[in-house]
Design a protein around this ligand. Sequence first.
Ligand SMILES: [Zn+2]
Length: 201
Amino acid sequence: MELFDWLGRPLALDFANTVWPARRRGPVDAIASISDLRVWLDRAAIAATTQDLESRLDDLRGLRAAVRRLLAAASKDDLLPRRAMEIVNLFATEAPEVRQIVPDGKGSRVVSEILSDDPASLLFGRIAMSTMGVLTTVTVGVCPAPSCGLFFVVERAGQHWCSNACGNRARVARHAAKRYDGSPGGSELRPPTAPAGANRG
Ligand SMILES: [Zn+2]
């Protein structure tokens, strides 16, 4: 998997995955510097000017640590850590969300907008709101495939991998380990709850 191939999930996950500790070619932090951040914002098609974010890179990494703690807890069905929730709530106040009713054909619909004049605050607010949405509406997983470890949205029961590529890689690694081990059972790289043939195809 190439760097940034994983983009396109909800913003909270794309943002949390800017740290990729298990990557084969070494750990990645896609927002380690302002120039890295510029590349990520561009690739993730997020409209924000890095000029506004330069002085707030530490805040951004602090928010990311909180988001990652929350997603990790959610992926294990653990209680959400209170301090991390407080941090996300605090950032959410930077860019208040308002709801407006607008015409839609013959009817109407409600749209929500995040209001801020400051692009940096707007980004913090959007990430915070996306995190809340993810925690309350989807099931989050952490991909156990070799050199992955990315957060992903579990879209069907029994889905263990973030992508088919990861599922295939994990199966190849499992077979290789079995051959190396030589015993009939082989080395067990499979996650404990994976039924045989889960997530095939
Ligand atoms: Zn994966």
